[in-house]
Write a protein that binds this ligand. Structure first.
Ligand code: HEM
Length: 452
């Protein structure tokens, strides 16, 4: 019981069955998150980025397959890598932050297989003549099923504290709902393919639902609680959390309503106003979370995540500035923003911010949620550094070179190769940690002879 306003307030008590012995110290299949992280990184590094490099160089595929190549690349990166990796982390964080038992392994495997398997089926189908259309639709349907199952799981996890004092569960829920919206957009867009590709208006709207809706909401959900513990940042008052939720989600809805595709007429000024709201949400998040405090802590022997997370966050600020400038150009009737420019901005978010953040957070996840230390930690940090070197080469050349000349294409291709190396290194580290976790559990079993 807690005393507030003169009377006692009951605190929610979480009842969890705790097994005896060492079993209670670890979730079942301790190695599973690291193995799933490794698998998604390998898929991105090999298939997803090979297609990305081919698309960047505009070589290696017939001209009429360029759009299909780009969209297969986007799908493998978003659904095969980000969706799988982020949902793995979501399963780990959401139960710990709310004091609940682990999500059953079967449910986790099912969600991840539906999301990742859907991406592989859909991306492959784009290059197949006869059965291709069916595979793309089946792949998208599999993503819808995976996203719906995720929503059901997220909704079943009761928040430890009421939403009126802590909005982080709402960010998890909203993120999961945006994932369903992105999957539905993918499914509807796949209704009529032309040379393996759907309309770019529709595939881009899907990508924005995914990145701005799913990824950003889940990132904020984790940041609101985990940054306090792992980066030593102050808790964000609930009023500021509400403003953040409103700016990010209303901004995305407004910008989607102003877009073209899915029969929408397209109001560029409305879409730009939505982009400005969304960018304001990101500035607000940077201020409310007090990322600057993490930077100030660099003077006092910080641990690695305290350095890496703010470095990744820097790209989010660069992204918010670029998005705002492009929106103002549209609102003032300036130069229209081209496909390659919006693409570069989208990659600032995906490659500049999300990808390094995932590797930065892997330092925390592999250490805290597996065996208490990261095997090959320096290699993981090396992968992070490679990503930080790579992203400017992918995003700035197309912003300054309208004609997308040979040099620009070469720089983007080089960034793709560097990114692939980074992801393979991170995958190897994750796999090593999965093996170490398996060995650790086995040695405990041998020591105690209990069913762990
Ligand atoms: C250095 C690495 C990368 C290279 C060289 C690359 C290259 C490309 C190229 C050339 C395009 C088409 C033009 C454009 O939209 O700008 C593209 C589109 C796209 N990329 Fe990447 N990319 C990379 C990394 C990533 C990452 C990390 C993600 C997300 C996880 C991603 C997701 C997308 C998406 C969603 C699209 C739009 C697909 C569509 O139009 O339907 N890319 N990429």
């Amino acid at each position: 019981m807690m005393m507030s306003g003169g009377g006692p307030t009951p605190l929610p008590v979480v009842a969890v069955r705790t097994p005896a012995g060492e079993e209670r110290l670890m979730p079942p299949r301790l190695w599973f998150p690291a193995a799933a992280m490794a698998a998604s990184l390998v898929l991105a590094a090999t298939a997803g980025l090979t297609l990305g490099v081919i698309a960047a160089l505009e070589a290696g595929v017939p001209r009429d397959q360029w759009s299909a190549t780009v969209q297969a690349h986007g799908e493998l990166q978003l659904w095969g890598w980000f969706a799988v990796f982020i949902v793995v982390l979501l399963f780990e964080f959401i139960v710990r932050l709310n004091g609940r038992p682990p999500v059953p392994l079967t449910s986790r495997v099912l969600v991840l297989s539906l999301l990742g398997g859907g991406a592989i089926a859909s991306a492959t189908g784009r290059f197949i003549d006869v059965a291709g259309q069916v595979m793309v639709v089946a792949g998208a349907a599999s993503m819808v099923a995976g996203a719906l199952l995720l929503v059901a799981i997220v909704l079943r996890i009761r928040p430890a504290r009421p939403l009126r004092v802590d909005l982080h569960p709402l960010f998890f829920r909203t993120g999961a709902v945006w994932l369903v919206a992105a999957a539905l957009a993918e499914l509807v867009a796949s209704r009529n393919l032309s040379s393996g590709a759907t309309s770019f208006d529709e595939s881009h709207l899907m990508a924005e639902f995914f990145l701005r809706g799913f990824v950003i909401n889940v990132t904020i959900a984790v940041a609101l609680r985990a940054f306090v513990g792992h980066l030593g940042l102050p808790p964000v008052p609930v009023e500021r959390q509400r403003v953040l939720w409103g700016l990010v989600n209303v901004g995305l809805v407004v910008s989607a309503v102003g877009s073209t595709g899915f029969g929408l007429p397209g109001f560029p000024a409305l879409a730009a106003a939505g982009d400005l709201l969304f960018a304001a949400g990101l500035f607000w998040a940077t201020w409310a979370l007090d990322i600057a405090r993490a930077v100030r802590s660099w003077r006092r022997r910080p641990h690695r995540a305290q350095v890496l997370v703010p470095v990744a966050w820097f790209a989010l600020v660069v992204y918010a500035v670029t998005l705002s400038v492009q929106a103002v150009l549209v609102l003032t009737g300036g130069v229209p923003v081209t496909l390659h420019e919006t693409g570069a901005t989208r990659h600032m978010l995906a490659l500049g911010f999300v990808a390094p953040l995932l590797i930065a957070m892997s330092h925390v996840v592999l250490q805290r949620f597996l065996i208490g230390r990261v095997v090959g930690e320096n290699w993981l940090t090396g992968a992070f550094v490679l990503l930080i070197i790579a992203w400017p080469f992918r995003v700035f050349p197309p912003l300054v070179d309208d004609s997308i000349g040979e040099v620009t294409r070469g720089l983007m291709g080089a960034a793709g190769i560097l990114t692939a190396v980074a992801l393979l290194v991170a995958a190897a580290v994750a796999a090593l940690n999965a093996v170490a976790a398996r060995r650790y559990v086995r040695s405990l079993r041998r020591l105690h002879g209990s069913a762990i």
